[in-house]
Design a protein around this ligand. Structure first.
Ligand SMILES: *Cc1c(COP(=O)(O)O)cnc(C)c1O
Length: 492
């Protein structure tokens, strides 16, 4: 006989729904308040040691009220942000996120579908987003694609399909070790590091990623590329993939994408474009001509958390040849056999197009954002960032103590403080210190890089909150700190 249980089963749902609901409302209100007043706060500040210490407590055995945990979040987490959502953050290449994106992520976590497969609304949302991405980039309607964590994963998937499609044998079954000829891929020295990681993970080896020099504008040198391909073929290698930069990470330079398409076609190579941020400039009719030839790519990687300004994480890869894409990843063990009816039905299982089986609902924030703002607004925001980069470059050129370190083609400005008769070591040292003081004072966050052997302060502008006055402040802060350092005899 089954006896009545003494107590009810446990659950993680609240005992008192109204309490958690009230806390939820407070969280939403607090975050809106926080976002509304963002501009008044420092961009970044170092975390004091006593706060750092709070993150060393051992695993909680017993719980505590959610309200207390939330207070701790406000004090110790919210108060020491990375700063990338701030109007004066231009470090590396990041995005801000949006209030709508925040809400969409909450809804996505609430519904919490597994986007690997099955027949449910979430899959329709992602398929529609992928179709919209194809429309944005002039890809054919029967192309395939997948939302991924970001540009790194999008590049990895693109190169994985390239390897399967062009190896010339069943590389999935036999592995790269079975190739009679070394499989090589090509791109410029300005390629993003994620491409190196991709060839390493794919087993091709870093040496198989051929790095071609760039010209004075940081674009791939086509003559050097042709020569390297010819040399490699003569040496018995098999070039399988050519990679174009649509917005190189360091300088924003865009490779001659049409010429690269021609060269790839001539050698039967797969043509992949890394457009992590730059590809999105396609949304602006004024900027689109810069990317001519990008729509001839076989695969295209881009980030929605950079120039679509969505909360992390959201990237995308598009693949022209759906069959090659499927052939790279499809794997259906018996416990995942797709049905024709019921929840295990559905024409498309997104897990067939990538590495992850269980996948989160990042499609929802993309879908809601594109519906709410429309593609034209993004085109205008992207153009606004590019105009801000020109404005910053102009101020740099007009300042006697600043100089550009690379030409500004898109949204990346590399510049430095300079003064007559300083050694290059001292200039580098002063500029490194300027960057740190900008960050530590909370005034602004650019990042640093080396361009042509010279240390540069680098602003990559993918920020929908920046205004012209923010760049004016950056210029005057940089000059003020630079002159103070000269006065201190810094680095001498
Ligand atoms: C940011 C970036 C990547 C990597 O993208 P993640 O989203 O950080 O994984 C790749 N290529 C370029 C050009 C980038 O700017």
């Amino acid at each position: 006989m089954i006896s009545e249980p003494q107590t009810r089963e446990e659950t993680l749902d609240p005992e008192e729904w109204s309490d958690l609901r009230a806390l939820g409302h407070r969280m939403v209100d607090d975050m809106f308040e926080y976002l509304e007043t963002l501009r008044e706060r420092p961009v970044w500040q170092p975390m004091p040691d006593d706060v750092r210490q709070t993150f060393t407590t051992p695993l909680p055995q017993e719980g505590q009220p959610a309200g207390e945990v939330y207070e701790e979040f406000k004090q110790n987490v919210l108060a020491y942000p990375m700063g990338n959502i701030h109007p004066r953050f231009w470090g590396w290449v990041m995005g801000n996120g949006t209030p709508l994106g925040m809400l969409a992520d909450m809804l996505a976590a609430g519904v919490n579908p597994n986007m690997g497969g099955g027949d449910h609304a979430g899959v329709q949302v992602e398929l529609q987003v992928l179709n919209w991405c194809k429309q944005i980039f002039n890809y054919p309607a029967d192309a395939s694609g997948l939302l991924v964590s970001g540009g790194s994963m999008a590049n990895l998937l693109g190169l994985a399909v390239a390897r399967t499609a062009r190896a010339g044998y069943d590389v999935r079954e036999e592995g790269v070790g079975a190739s009679p000829a070394r499989l090589t891929m090509y791109g410029s020295v300005e390629m993003h590091s994620s491409l190196q990681r991709a060839v390493e993970v794919l087993g091709l080896g870093n040496n198989s990623l051929r790095r071609i020099p760039v010209d004075a504008n940081h674009k791939i040198d086509l003559a050097a590329l042709r020569l390297k391909i010819a040399e490699d073929i003569a040496a018995g290698m098999k070039p399988i993939c050519l990679i174009g930069n649509a917005g190189a990470v360091n300088t924003g330079a865009i490779d001659p994408l049409n010429d690269l398409a021609d060269i790839a076609a001539q050698h039967g190579m797969w043509y992949h474009v890394d457009g992590a941020f730059g590809a999105l400039a396609y949304l602006s009719p004024e900027l689109r001509p810069l990317l001519a030839g990008m729509d001839r790519s076989d695969s295209l990687a881009f980030d929605l958390h950079k120039w679509i300004y969505l909360p992390f994480e959201a990237g995308c890869v598009l693949v022209r040849d759906r069959e090659a894409h499927l052939r790279t990843f499809t794997l259906t063990p018996p416990y995942l056999v797709h049905a024709t009816r019921g929840l295990a039905g559905g024409d498309v299982w997104l897990s067939d197009y990538g590495i992850q089986l269980t996948r989160g609902f990042k499609a929802l924030k993309v879908w809601m954002a594109l519906k709410t703002y429309g593609s034209q607004k993004y085109g205008r925001l992207i153009k606004q960032n590019v105009d801000q980069a020109s404005y910053l470059a102009e101020m740099v050129e007009n300042s006697p103590c600043l100089e550009l370190v690379a030409p500004v083609e898109l949204n990346v400005v590399c510049f430095r403080f300079t003064a007559p008769e300083l050694s290059s070591e001292r200039l580098d040292s002063i500029n490194r210190e300027i960057l740190i003081r900008l960050q530590e004072s909370g005034a602004a966050v650019p990042s640093g890089t080396m361009v042509g052997g010279v240390y540069a302060i680098r602003c990559a502008i993918t920020n929908h909150r920046s205004r012209r006055e923010d760049f004016e402040a950056l210029v005057s802060d940089t000059v003020r700190i630079g002159e103070a350092l000269l006065g201190e005899g810094w680095g001498s």
